[in-house]
Design a protein around this ligand. Structure first.
Ligand SMILES: Cc1ncc(COP(=O)(O)OP(=O)(O)O)c(N)n1
Ligand SMILES: Cc1nc(C(=O)O)sc1CCOP(=O)(O)O
Ligand SMILES: [Mg+2]
Length: 206
């Protein structure tokens, strides 16, 4: 499946609650979001499968893929396009074996050691972060800054998306590091207009 990491929305149940998860995603995609990850640390698998099916239906025809954060079972049962895993989540090998060759699988990377240890041939992309400290992920690793991001992006043979504390005004610098896009939660989720928030990224990277 072809995919575009340029503006990657990671959802957050509480931040999206005011506007509504589905509405946030639909508006954000109209504004330029090119890739969506459903991330909910508290929902049951059954609720997350239901949310994923609704999002998948809402995204039909848009060409924007939906991947699931962490939960292989949810990805398998929801018809989502793939899975995003971190260093302590389901192993990439297990995810690929279960999801098959066409699924999109992403892995979080914070260090060169992690990048060198990653099973590159089984992955579609890597998430590089955090670029900055962020309240959206309490247990985040040490911030990379743009310099650390550039080192990882240069060393990656896979497409990469930067994450962590990123706002529209960072788009140009992120692309200058060689990363293929920006992944964001709070710069879009919880904003008064997810459409305008996404548009601000599109404007600032052009
Ligand atoms: C695109 C992207 N990059 C990194 C992460 C972080 O994944 P992980 O380290 O597994 O942390 P959680 O998101 O599971 O808290 C991500 N989700 N997406
Ligand atoms: C989900 C996530 N992963 C990160 C990592 O560094 O791996 S940082 C992060 C949270 C990103 O949220 P915001 O855009 O609001 O800063
Ligand atoms: Mg994870």
């Amino acid at each position: 499946m072809r995919f575009d990491l340029s503006l990657y929305l990671v959802t957050d149940a509480s931040l999206c609650a005011a506007f509504g998860l589905e509405r946030t995603v639909v508006e954000a995609v109209k504004g330029g979001v090119s890739f969506v990850q459903l991330r909910d640390k508290h929902a049951s698998d059954a609720d997350m499968i239901d949310q994923a099916k609704r999002l998948k239906a809402a995204l039909a025809g848009s060409g924007v893929p939906l991947v699931i954060n962490d939960r292989l079972e949810v990805a398998l049962q929801s018809g989502a396009d793939g899975l995003h895993v971190g260093q302590s989540d389901t192993a990439v090998q297990e995810a690929r074996a279960a999801l098959g060759p066409d699924a999109l699988i992403g892995l979080s990377i914070n260090t060169l050691e992690q990048l060198h240890a990653a099973p590159i041939s089984l992955l579609d992309y890597v998430g590089l972060g955090p670029v900055f400290a962020t309240p959206s992920k309490r247990d985040h690793a040490a911030p990379l800054g743009f310099e650390g991001l550039a080192q990882l992006a240069a060393a990656s043979s896979l497409p990469s998306v930067a994450i962590g504390g990123l706002k529209a005004e960072h788009a140009e610098q992120v692309f200058q590091t060689g990363a293929h896009g920006l992944a964001v939660i709070s710069a879009i989720c919880g904003q008064a207009s997810p459409f305008d928030a996404a548009r601000a990224f599109a404007r600032s990277k052009l």
